[in-house]
Structure formats: structure tokens, C-alpha cells
Design a protein around this ligand. Structure first.
Ligand SMILES: Nc1ncnc2c1ncn2[C@@H]1O[C@H](COP(=O)(O)OP(=O)(O)OP(=O)(O)O)[C@@H](O)[C@H]1O
Ligand SMILES: [Mg+2]
Length: 615
């Protein structure tokens, strides 16, 4: 993982503002509230200063006590008003701040998810789910925290600072000079601290992201962890990562506090000078007692922005780091075709895509000299060429890892071929909108991945508008109806994360039903019945045979009995097409199919009797 860098902060922040432009009215409302709060706040020292002078005059006997008292009470009332205004406005501003930051989180989260859903499959191959989630949560929290803090504090801070500078210049310019020195020095020291602090924060986040990624993976596959008794070592790894953040935090915090001592000491010394000047001037009669009280209060008010400034900078640095992580994902290149998926998604909800128009003699699926590598590594597929005619059933046979599932991935457009052409219904798949391509292909994946939720939702995943009858009909054809009915809640049975509460074979039958309901013209079955016993497989197969009638089908199965009825078989060896022919031809050719056939039948002569390779 590359170390994160943090230049160009302001542009990152402006980018967030541009990215969430629709929140501008809220930003303005918040700023208005902050400005008014600041103005009301500035009235306080003046009122107290006036009150001090009034009381001092009464004590000195230069004003009648009655009149002084009346004035003082009026001033106290004005003070009350100023403070009430502050109380109300800061709460109204706080409300706007909460609403704004939550809407910002909604916007950022939705766009992130939208983006993720359109990233290519290869992006997901390289990332751990838990890491993606941890990073998303952190970066969005950091950005919204900053937005909230910034909008609630920044305007007040700016107004107060400007006012304090102007007022102090009016009374005594040396005070202004000292304040003008302290601001940049403080900000500079803070920025200096933040650089190292942020680097350490990045190191810490990296550890946490890795630990979270593993955490999610372990929780998701807890059965494997338990069966191999790896709880201790998984916990150990997790502990090591978090312990590493302990030591990083210690270094980070000691650095921060040392620098904070330094910058606050600078602040203390400057304020020593400021107070000395104020006292000296007052003693020499340049200021009245009231003016002295006013100035002391103003100076105290000036301290606040200075110290808040470091907080603003810290939070800003967090937000900058967060926004970089965020925009790095947002900037990932997405295939134009993928970007249009959302726009076309409504078409895809239609279960049956319009049947593609084919010229006579044209293949429905055609691989022409296709080579492919997952990453920059070695090719997994070498010069693959084969055709599937409309309505034809073709099986892929080859050893494990030979590239069969990879061919399915390419056909679905999950990856792009490095070389060669793949055509569906006469169109090169790079030129067909992905939604149209994928809506034409019903697929049962090798790992029958289901979702949490009910059985009904899972079967209807590709066709959310399906009626109960349609769902049931699909389940019957997949031989799933009987076991579903036996559940307490039937089709409304909740099946756990990724369908964990179902048996492997039950999951597979749901996945088959899901593909059946999609009713697409091209059917791809990647080991669709591998988890079923022979009897259940026969029954599902009967449903599938009926489904395949008139449909173009690509079937992958290790159990050769499953594919005995296909029209043609393509055998793969080391990612190359070895032979293409009918089951009968290949059974006697001495190639992979013949060898596998011999191996599978040798141990099971009983099965041989019912095994019809001439199908
Ligand atoms: N996402 C991926 N990233 C990188 N390499 C991959 C990926 N998926 C598969 N491979 C590699 O590609 C090769 C072909 O895998 P593929 O899944 O196509 O085999 P298969 O013929 O379907 O095998 P099986 O019969 O066991 O399912 C394997 O060597 C595998 O390691
Ligand atoms: Mg496979």
C-alpha cells in the first residue's frame, strides 16, 4: 500500500464543497448564524467595559449613585439580550450544522456506493471487503466532521479575529502588532505538527484497515476458522495490528503534546506582553478602568480563535486525508459501458430481453482467438476459439484451473479479453451495453452466491417484479419447491448471510431457480449441480433440460453424466482449446474427455449402464 501524501489541502476541501454543491443554502444559513453569533458576542466586552466605567464613576463620586445604578441595570439587560441572541442563534446554527453534515454524509455515501457498484471486477479482486468498508466509514466521517466543525466555527472565528484586531488597533497599535505576530506563528507551528502527525495517522489507519479487512473475512468464514482451530492465531494477528497502533499513537501524541507546549508557551509569552502593555497604559491614565476591562476581555476573546485555529487545522488535515482516500476511489476509471448501467437498469429489470436478431448461420456466442490474463501475469487463456450456434448446447471440459470459469467471466464482460474477439449475437461484446449483454445471459455461478433475505427475494433477484406463481414455477423446475415448502416460513424463510442457513445443494437449487426465472436466451451453467446427489441432480437436470430447449447453453460440469446430452464438447488443456466435437466423437478420440470418461466410469460400472454418451 502506498504511503499517503498530503499536499494540496485547500483544493481537496474546495473539491468537497463543489462536490456537494446542493448543500450551499445550508452552508450559507450556517455562516449567517455564526456571523450574528459573533457580532452578539462582540457586544459583551463593550457592555461590561461601560458598566465598569459607570460603577467606577459612582464609587469615585463623580456620578450620582441612582443614575449610575439605572445605567448599570440597563447595561445588564443589554448583556442579557446579547447573550440570549447568542444562545438562540448558536443553537439554530447547530441544528443547520447537524442537518448539513448528515446530508453531506448521505451524498458522499450514496455516490461512493454508486461508484463502487460500477467499478470493474478486477478492482474488487485486489481489495478486501472489510478494508473497503473501514476506509469508506473513516474518510466520510472525517470529511463530514470537518464540514460541521468548519461551518459552525470558522465564520465566528474570522469575524471575532477581524473585530479584535480592528478594535485593539483603535486603542493601542502595539497590541495589534503582537496579535498579528501570534496568529501566523501559531498556525505555522500547528501546520508543522500536523505534517508528522498526519503521516503517523496514515500508518495507523493502514494497520486498522488491514485488521478490519481480515476481521470481516474471518467473521464471514468463521466455520473454516473454527474447524482449523485458528482462532488464536487470527486473534494474534489482529492484536499485533492494533498493538502497532498503540505504539504509533504514543509517538504521535508525544510529538503533538510537545509541539502544543511549545506553541502555547509562545502564546503565553505574547500575552504576557499584551497584558503588560494594557496595565502600563492604564496606570499612566491612557485607558480608563472600563477600557482596561474591555481590552482584557477582547484579548481573551482573541485567544480563542488562535487556539481554535489549531483545531481547525487538525480537523482539516484529517478531512484532507479522508477526501484523498475518497476521491481516489471516485476517480478510478470506469468503463463507459459500466457507467451507463444505472441509466439502463430499468430495462434490465425486464426479465426477458428482446430476442436478438441473428442472420442465418450466425453463431450466438463466438470466441475468436481470445487470449486473456487476469493481471499483468501469465495468460490464463491462449488463443481460444469456438462457436455456439443458436439453440446449441455446448459443454466446456477440462482440468481444474484450466480456465473454464474464466471463459464465463469474459462472456459476461466482467473482464475484457487481452486479445481476440468475443461476439454475442453477432456483436462484439465490447460494443454492446453491458446491461443488454448481461440481461441476455442467465448464469448459475460455480459458487452459488446468495444474499441474506428470503428465498423469494433470492429467486426473484434478477426479476424483482415476478409474481408468486412465477417464483414457485421456477423453484419447481429447479427441484427446490419441496424443500422450500418444508421450511417454517416457506418462501419467506430467511436464509442468512450469503445463504449460510441452506445446505450447499439447496443453495445451488435456489441459484438455478434464479437463473430459470431470469429466462434469458443464453444460459450458462458453471458446475450448477455439482453439490447435488445423483437423484436430486437428475431432477434438477430434467428442469434444466427443458429450460435449455431452444436456448443457447454453455455448460461446465466435472461430472460427465451431466453433459452427456450436449451437442458439442470443447475440451481445454492448459488454457488452450484441445478438441471440439460431439460427445460420441470425443469419447473415442483418446483426448481429455475420453480419459476423464474412462476414469469416471471405471470406478462405477453401475453408473455406466445408465450413462448415455451418444445422447
Ligand atoms: N480473479 C482472479 N484473479 C487472478 N487469477 C485468477 C482469478 N480467477 C481465476 N484465476 C486463475 O485463472 C486460472 C483459471 O481459473 P478458472 O477459475 O477459470 O478455472 P476453472 O477451469 O474454472 O477451474 P475449476 O474447474 O476448478 O472451476 C487459475 O489458474 C486461477 O488461478
Ligand atoms: Mg471454475
Amino acid at each position: 500500500m502506498n504511503r499517503r501524501s498530503y499536499p494540496g489541502g485547500v483544493s481537496s476541501l474546495l473539491r468537497i464543497a463543489r462536490f456537494t454543491r446542493e448543500l450551499t443554502p445550508l452552508y450559507l444559513a450556517i455562516i449567517a448564524c455564526s456571523v450574528l453569533t459573533a457580532v452578539a458576542g462582540l457586544a459583551v466586552p463593550f457592555l461590561i467595559g461601560r458598566a465598569t466605567d459607570t460603577v467606577a464613576a459612582a464609587l469615585a463620586g463623580s456620578t450620582p449613585v441612582d443614575a449610575a445604578l439605572r445605567t448599570a441595570i440597563w447595561l445588564a439587560a443589554a448583556l442579557l439580550l446579547a447573550e440570549l441572541v447568542q444562545t438562540v442563534l448558536s443553537n439554530v446554527g447547530g441544528w443547520y450544522g447537524d442537518v448539513m453534515s448528515n446530508r453531506m454524509r448521505t451524498i458522499l455515501s450514496v455516490r461512493y456506493y454508486d461508484k463502487l457498484l460500477h467499478l470493474p471486477q478486477s478492482w474488487f479482486d485486489a481489495e478486501l471487503t472489510g478494508t473497503i468498508v473501514a476506509r469508506l466509514n473513516r474518510s466520510i466521517t472525517e470529511i463530514t466532521n470537518f464540514a460541521k466543525m468548519f461551518s459552525n466555527m470558522f465564520a465566528t472565528l474570522l469575524i471575532t479575529t477581524a473585530a479584535v484586531l480592528a478594535i485593539s488597533a483603535w486603542y493601542a497599535w502595539p497590541l495589534t502588532v503582537l496579535l498579528l505576530i501570534v496568529f501566523p506563528v501559531y498556525v505555522w507551528l500547528t501546520a508543522l505538527t500536523s505534517k508528522r502527525w498526519q503521516r503517523l495517522e496514515g500508518d495507523k489507519n493502514e494497520q486498522i484497515d488491514i485488521a478490519s479487512g481480515r476481521f470481516a473475512e474471518v467473521v464471514g468464514q468463521i466455520r473454516v476458522v473454527k474447524s482449523f482451530v485458528r482462532e488464536r492465531s487470527e486473534l494474534q494477528d489482529f492484536t499485533t495490528r492494533f498493538r502497532a497502533t498503540d505504539s504509533i499513537t504514543a509517538a504521535q501524541s508525544s510529538h503533538w503534546h510537545r509541539m502544543d507546549s511549545l506553541r502555547r508557551a509562545v502564546l503565553n509569552i505574547v500575552f504576557f506582553g499584551i497584558y503588560a502593555i494594557i496595565f502600563e497604559r492604564t496606570v499612566h491614565g491612557a485607558f480608563t478602568l472600563g477600557e482596561m476591562v474591555l481590552l482584557i476581555q477582547l484579548m481573551t476573546m482573541a485567544r480563542q480563535p488562535v487556539q481554535n485555529m489549531s483545531f481547525v487545522i487538525d480537523t482539516a488535515q484529517h478531512a484532507i486525508a479522508g477526501s484523498k482516500d475518497y476521491f481516489r476511489v471516485m476517480e478510478t476509471e470506469v468503463d463507459d459501458r459500466a457507467a451507463s448501467i444505472m441509466a439502463q437498469a430499468d430495462d434490465a429489470q425486464q426479465a426477458s430481453a428482446p430476442a436478438p436478431q441473428l442472420a442465418p448461420g450466425q453463431a450466438m456466442v463466438s470466441f475468436d482467438d481470445v487470449s486473456f490474463a487476469y493481471e499483468k501475469g501469465e495468460d490464463v487463456l491462449h488463443h481460444i476459439s469456438f462457436d455456439i450456434a443458436p439453440g446449441e448446447k455446448v459443454a466446456l471440459v477440462g482440468e481444474s484451473g484450466g480456465g473454464k470459469s474464466t471463459i464465463v467471466n469474459l462472456l459476461l464482460g466482467l473482464y475484457s479479453a487481452r486479445e481476440g474477439r468475443i461476439e454475442v449475437a453477432g456483436h462484439q461484446i465490447d460494443t454492446i451495453p453491458l446491461v443488454r449483454l448481461r440481461s441476455r445471459i442467465g448464469v448459475v455461478f460455480q459458487d452459488a452466491a446468495l444474499f441474506s433475505g428470503t428465498i423469494r427475494e433470492n429467486i426473484a433477484y434478477g426479476y424483482p417484479g415476478a409474481t408468486d406463481e412465477q417464483v414457485r414455477a421456477a423453484a419447481v423446475r429447479a427441484n427446490a419447491d419441496r424443500f422450500i415448502e418444508r421450511f417454517e416460513h416457506g418462501y419467506d424463510q430467511v436464509i442468512g448471510e450469503r445463504g449460510l442457513k441452506l445446505s450447499g445443494g439447496q443453495r445451488q437449487r435456489i441459484a438455478v431457480a434464479r437463473a430459470i426465472l431470469k429466462d434469458a436466451p443464453i444460459l450458462v451453467l458453471d458446475e450448477a449441480t455439482s453439490a447435488l446427489d445423483t437423484k436430486a441432480e437428475r431432477q434438477v437436470q430434467a428442469g434444466l433440460d427443458e429450460l435449455m430447449r431452444g436456448r443457447t447453453s454453455l455448460i461446465i460440469a466435472h461430472r460427465l453424466s451431466t453433459i452427456a446430452g450436449v451437442d458439442r464438447i470443447v475440451t481445454l488443456r492448459d488454457g488452450r482449446v484441445d478438441e471440439i466435437g460431439s460427445p460420441a466423437e470425443l469419447a473415442v478420440s483418446g483426448g481429455i474427455y475420453a480419459q476423464l470418461l474412462e476414469l469416471q466410469t471405471a470406478g462405477n460400472t453401475k453408473k455406466l449402464a445408465s450413462f448415455d454418451i451418444t445422447g
